[in-house]
Each structure stands twice: as structure tokens, then as C-alpha cells.
Design a protein around this ligand. Sequence first.
Ligand SMILES: Cc1cc2nc3c(=O)[nH]c(=O)nc-3n(C[C@H](O)[C@H](O)[C@H](O)COP(=O)(O)O)c2cc1C
Length: 205
Amino acid sequence: MFARPLPSFVPDETPDHPDALFVAWLGEAIAAGVVEPHAMTLSTVDADGLPDARVLILKDVDDRGWQFATSATSAKGRQIAARPAAALGFYWREQGRQVRVRGTVAALDPQTSADDFRARPDDSRVASLASTQSEVLPDPADLERALTASAATIAADPDTPSPDHTVYAVTPVAVEFWQGDATRRHVRLRYRRDGDVWQKELLWP
Ligand SMILES: Cc1cc2nc3c(=O)[nH]c(=O)nc-3n(C[C@H](O)[C@H](O)[C@H](O)COP(=O)(O)O)c2cc1C
């Protein structure tokens, strides 16, 4: 495994804040031709403690946290409401890199979600308005009917809001950067939040 040219990773030369290293790695992933490097696995737990996971798009990383958008009434939305904790995982195969994030998760303010919805392309808003995401779909024709109805709604009023569309942000307590190596000398650097500062520590691979 990893018998291909991989980037080097020197933990001594990393920034103090994990967000800065993530943004640098994301730029390197884009330059390396990684397809959809902003696709990530979001893990949550339900009210019974049973884990769940699915792929989402990372929208942004800033002072408010690592952000994604989804429906508040979806399975994940309900899980977050019951247990506001989450993990994110990225795998960039071309570079043998993995990033793991653990933290708390909360919805951003309603205006941010409304603005995000309004900024989406028409087909995205139509699909979002039509869907009761994660509910059982008894008949595919129901989806077609809902899409037709929501397309008419958006055509009549392009500013139609979506009450469920929500931007969430994960506030990390730990972020790990993992660089694979053909000789199994994988490098693991974990940033751990310690009050107002981030502690950096190497982990055994
Ligand atoms: C590459 C990719 C990107 C996706 N991006 C999103 C997204 O940004 N938001 C979203 O709600 N679902 C997204 N999905 C669909 C989710 O994986 C999932 O099917 C959906 O959100 C329902 O999840 P839930 O039933 O656990 O709530 C994406 C799927 C893939 C494969």
C-alpha cells in the first residue's frame, strides 16, 4: 500500500492552528487533482448511541467551525438534535492523506442558513424543497410529483425559503493529520484543544 509518490509531511513545520494546516492540505489536494477533496464522512450518533455515517460536502472552515449544509429534519439532523457531537473524515487517496475531526456540532444562526439556501442554484433549491430527506419513499412517483410541485413554487417565487435547510458547524476538540508512507512510517499529528490553545502531539502509527 502507498507504493506511489506521496508528499512529505514535517510536523515541526506545521502552523499553530489546525484550520491553517487543513486549508494548506486542501490546496495541495486540489493541486494534486484529488476529485472532490471537500467530500467528507460525517459521523453522528442517534439517541440510543448507535453510530451513523454518510458523505457530505464541507462548505467552509472559519471561526464558526467546519461547516456543512443539510436538512434539520433528516436522520442526521435529528441525531444532531439528540446528541450534538460529530466526527468528520477526509481521505485523499492520491496523496495517501487522511484528516480526522472530532467535536461538538450546532446549527448556525437562521439567517446564515437562509442566505445559504438562497445562494444555491435553482435545481438544488427545487430538490431541497421537494425532499423530506431520510423519510421512507413509498413510490418513486411521489418524488416526481414533489419535484414538479416545488419547481412550480420556485418559479413563482425564486426567494421561497426552506424551513429545514440548515448550515451546521463542527467545533473541533481534536484534528488529526495522517500522512501515509510506503514503508509504514506513517506520520500522525494530532492537534488537541487545550483551553484557548492547541497542543500538537505525534501519535504512534
Ligand atoms: C459526494 C456526496 C456529497 C453529498 N453532499 C451532501 C450534502 O452536502 N448535504 C446533504 O444533506 N447530503 C449530501 N449527500 C447525501 C448524503 O450522503 C446522505 O445521503 C443524505 O444527506 C441523507 O443522510 P441521512 O439520512 O443520514 O440524514 C452527499 C452524498 C455524496 C455521495
